[in-house]
Design a protein around this ligand. Structure first.
Ligand code: HEC
Ligand code: HEC
Ligand code: HEC
Length: 439
């Protein structure tokens, strides 16, 4: 029997194949943009000695978080980091200057084309590499990045990027179609009516910072949905919440200072970053200057989002609220506080924490089932731990406790269902994951 998902993916593959031809035609014109200083030298034959440029390149690398995806256990930038997608697992490339297995053979133009246009050594890259955002990065930033990469040690480590992708999604040609449908191959265009600070913020958010890679929803083919930009997206078993100025689900109640605090330290005093955002803060945003973080916050605060009226909170007499309230008191209140106040900068507060109200409850269910490690940054060196409750609480108990937290202390959000928790328990497949980690 062909289920709905297979049909959708099959239909999607056909649509992509159809778009391939058109994509190829347009592709031919797309490389003209890069302004390259020197296009004959290969990365492995060149070591920049311009200390200021290398330093700028390292800063750009931090903002773009290249290390997050290109560093696995094989050492810095040697690739092999696995990213799960609905179409199979993709691995990141070795981007050290090794000639055989890395990008040692690249010229500066090749480098620009890979990072900004998604054209790699073996053909078109998959958008798991966020060239769709990096396309907004400036020539200056790319030149600096190139200088920085020239100083890296070559590491021999062969990666077969697409080995874990399912047919037909292991065909690079398909990406010509994907690019034609979804790749907005445009350099950053400043808005003259806005302040330089706002424009800098937009440049960082939409370009190097690739915040949309996690915070924007995607369609069935993994393409962006422009009108829902930054209104919340899925990353594995996590939900990256709405970071527009939406007052109920987004950053509407947060000040610019609180957003800067979160990106710099991992906490604004109430929310404490965990999961993929903890990694993004540790590797990337904590290294940015205060001016750049402010610019990011100012830009995010200017985005209207698509606000919906807040729902009414469930009545305290509701059976789920009663049951959940008892469970909360026994299992959660010691850390998260009897009034959901948490512990400032250490344990997530629930009262007034928008991430707790999201329409998608994946972060909530996965964190309660599997536990989490909070962010640790230069400011807060030891992150606290959230224990796993999968062995202790039933799906129904977890659902009611979360429903209670989402509808107490001024919060209001739809109830969490037993089915949502059961689905996440299955998706996490905890015993198998624990086996994998002790190997
Ligand atoms: C979100 C994860 C992610 C981030 C962040 C990321 N990459 Fe990648 N990158 C990938 C993946 C996955 C691939 C392999 C894609 C493919 O083979 O289709 C890749 C491929 C590449 C390639 C192509 C290598 C080749 O063999 O041709 C280059 C070059 C590259 N990345 C450079 C960078 C740089 C520079 C940065 C930072 C500015 C960066 N990447 C940030 C995931 C990422
Ligand atoms: C790798 C995925 C990923 C990337 C890239 C990413 N985020 Fe996040 N972000 C998340 C997740 C997941 C959360 C929820 C964390 C939690 O609940 O603890 C989050 C939470 C946040 C929050 C807190 C929202 C709230 O309501 O508490 C802010 C603000 C934020 N991110 C801003 C950014 C900005 C700005 C960027 C780009 C510079 C960015 N993020 C890039 C995944 C990501
Ligand atoms: C031993 C202390 C402790 C207990 C008990 C505890 N938590 Fe936590 N919890 C934490 C810490 C610390 C964090 C922050 C870590 C992080 O963000 O990864 C956290 C984070 C969370 C988050 C993630 C919020 C987000 O968006 O990042 C949720 C949801 C959560 N806890 C729910 C619960 C529930 C429900 C209970 C009771 C069943 C509970 N916790 C019991 C310490 C605890």
């Amino acid at each position: 029997m062909i289920n709905k998902k297979t049909a959708l993916i099959g239909g999607g593959a056909l649509a992509l194949a159809g778009a391939v031809m058109l994509g190829l035609v347009i592709q031919a014109n797309s490389t003209a943009r890069s302004q390259v200083a020197n296009d004959s030298v290969r990365l492995s034959d060149f070591k920049s000695s311009d200390a200021a440029l290398i330093k700028q390149g390292e800063y750009v690398m931090r903002g773009a978080d290249c290390a997050a995806c290109h560093t696995a256990k094989n050492g810095d930038f040697a690739g092999g980091y696995v990213i799960g997608t609905p179409f199979g697992d993709i691995q990141s490339s070795n981007i050290t200057p090794d000639r055989e297995t890395g990008i040692g053979n690249y010229t500066q133009r090749d480098f620009f084309n890979a990072v900004r246009q998604g054209q790699g050594r073996h053909g078109l890259l998959f958008p798991a590499m966020p060239y769709t955002d990096y396309t907004r990065m400036s020539d200056d930033d790319l030149r600096a990045l190139w200088a920085f990469f020239s100083t890296l040690e070559p590491k021999a480590h062969k990666v077969d990027e697409l080995a874990g992708m399912n047919f037909p999604f292991n065909q690079r040609l398909l990406m010509a179609g994907w690019n034609w449908l979804f790749f907005d191959n445009q350099p950053f265009a400043p808005e003259p009516a806005q302040s330089p600070e706002w424009n800098r913020g937009r440049y960082l958010v939409d370009g190097a910072g690739h915040c949309a890679a996690c915070h924007s929803p995607r369609n069935a083919l993994g393409g962006p949905i422009a009108r829902q930009a930054l209104q919340g997206g899925l990353v594995g078993t996590w939900f990256a919440p709405n970071i527009t100025n939406d007052a109920h689900l987004g950053l509407g109640d947060s000040t610019v200072e609180q957003i800067v605090d979160y990106l710099k330290t991992g906490s604004d005093g109430v929310a404490v970053a965990s999961g993929p955002m903890a990694e993004a803060i540790e590797n990337s945003t904590q290294h940015l200057s205060d001016e750049d973080l402010r610019a990011i916050a100012v830009y995010l605060k200017s985005l209207p989002g698509a606000p919906q009226p807040a729902p009414a909170a469930l009545a305290t007499s509701d059976a789920r609220m009663q049951h959940g309230g008892q469970g909360y008191e026994v299992h959660c209140s010691a850390c998260h506080g009897t009034e959901g106040e948490g512990v400032s900068h250490m344990i997530t507060g629930f009262a007034g924490n928008k991430a707790i109200l999201a329409g998608n409850t994946d972060t909530l269910t996965s964190v309660v089932l599997a536990g989490a490690r909070a962010v640790h940054t230069h400011t807060y060196v030891t992150g606290a731990g959230m224990p796993a409750f999968d062995w202790k609480l039933s799906d129904g108990e977890i659902a009611d406790i979360l429903t209670f937290a989402r509808n107490s202390w001024g919060n209001s959000a739809p109830a969490v269902t037993t089915e949502e928790v059961a689905k996440m328990r299955k998706q996490l497949d905890l015993p198998a994951q624990m086996r994998a980690s002790v190997q």
